[in-house]
Ligand binder design. Sequence first.
Ligand SMILES: Nc1ncnc2c1ncn2[C@@H]1O[C@H](COP(=O)(O)OP(=O)(O)OP(=O)(O)O)[C@@H](O)[C@H]1O
Ligand code: SF4
Ligand SMILES: [Mg+2]
Length: 478
Amino acid sequence: MSLLELDDVKVHFPVRKGVLFNRTVGHVYAVDGVSLKVEAGQTYGLVGESGCGKTTLGRGVLRLVDITDGEVVFDGTDLAKLPEEEMRRYRRRLQMVFQDPLGSLNPRQNIESILSEGMAAHGIGKDQDERRERIKEILAKVGLPTNALSRYPHEFSGGQRQRIGIARALVLEPDVIICDEPVSALDVSVQAQVINLLEELQESMGLTYLVIAHDLAVVRHISDVIGVMYLGSLVEEAPSDALYAGPKHPYTKALMSAVPVPDPEVEDRRERILLQGDLPSPANPPAGCRFHTRCPWAQDRCAAERPVLTDVGDGHKVACHFAAEIEAGTLELTRPTGIEAVTETKAVAAEGPDAEKVAIPAQSSGDEPAEKKAETQEQEQDSAEAEEPAKADAPAKAEADAPVKAEAPAKADDDDVEADAPAEADAPAKTDDVPPADDAGAGKADADDADDADDADDADDADAPESDASGAESAKTG
Ligand SMILES: Nc1ncnc2c1ncn2[C@@H]1O[C@H](COP(=O)(O)OP(=O)(O)OP(=O)(O)O)[C@@H](O)[C@H]1O
Ligand code: SF4
Ligand SMILES: [Mg+2]
């Protein structure tokens, strides 16, 4: 049995209208029947465009959102059916690293406080001295100096903050880490460093990863198996090499054709499939194959019948009625494909010390000049030592700088809710579960854990007068 098995997992968010009656007028089918297996010690890469349900699936696994249907079997236990009390025990073993490294760290807490509170809540370390020693070991593992302990999140660069996020997961000695877009907020050269770090940690600590990304280039090197998600479900899944060597689903072909190739000659000959239209709304998904409104090969059958993810050999699974015909080149195109040859080489492989290990093609931040990249990278390495230790006014400053307040979870069930409204889209779900202020960063600490959390260390409390909503999301995973 695999360490983590998802069977037909669905997460549907109710769309409510009206102040008085608060009627349910529909659902957002954010995740709509996902089955996958993650083997112990391996990495499953989950890719798909923005809004296809990747984060919701990750949160569903950790029960940060309610699972509408399906099973999430972790180490033989179906988490979907566990009472909340028992689920808490499993949360230590399943951790999440969030997309926004700054937003997920409480700006009022120093790093020691951030890292130790989850440990205390789960009874790791007999006292703060023991926890501090363990934290120092983990900081060294993720490449941060021990003087980071007394500093605040805003004093670190983006890459360093992501390392802190990884350290926060590691101190709890998890089995599985769900990395939600772990590098998308980072500069390209730093992306490679963080991906390499994740790989090294996996090797040395035997970790299992579910890595979520919207970009195939990011998950390519780190993943053993890749699943491609479109509008709430998987359309293709295959061992990483097989997927890159021969994508079979039209959507994967389109995604893949957008990934620049570092070889200029190949890049010049490369064909790009430009998809027409936007991702349809998950509140009103198309019938039949959900991709039929954009698929260049869509046939009548596609609008009527939903294809099932089927193994076409060697563990390569695809959900397309016509995958074989498309591969053989015998299926007529039914709409302008937008297929065009790329005539100019636009991609540059990431440069830098780690580039020979993982070269992630330049993307959003790739237009930064090369010298600037090198400088950023160097700064990332050095700034921890170079800067002064935490200043007395740090918490206040952090509060001013950090976008935490802005991200305070909106109440998902509030009044009139539009299915497509961006505010709704970004609102962390299950906000009713946001812990109260003093519980916020405490890894969803049980009330009785609170005592052991902090006898010895009230120095921390001085650094962290109070938690706030920023820690809410991380809290549940701790
Ligand atoms: N709490 C919620 N209530 C209602 N709809 C939600 C909620 N959370 C997410 N959604 C919707 O579910 C869909 C999937 O969102 P999700 O954040 O999982 O996408 P994603 O693939 O992670 O996108 P991105 O790459 O932009 O992070 C979106 O349409 C979003 O608007
Ligand atoms: S089932 Fe039809 S619409 Fe869907 S991907 Fe295959 S050819 Fe395209
Ligand atoms: Mg997301």
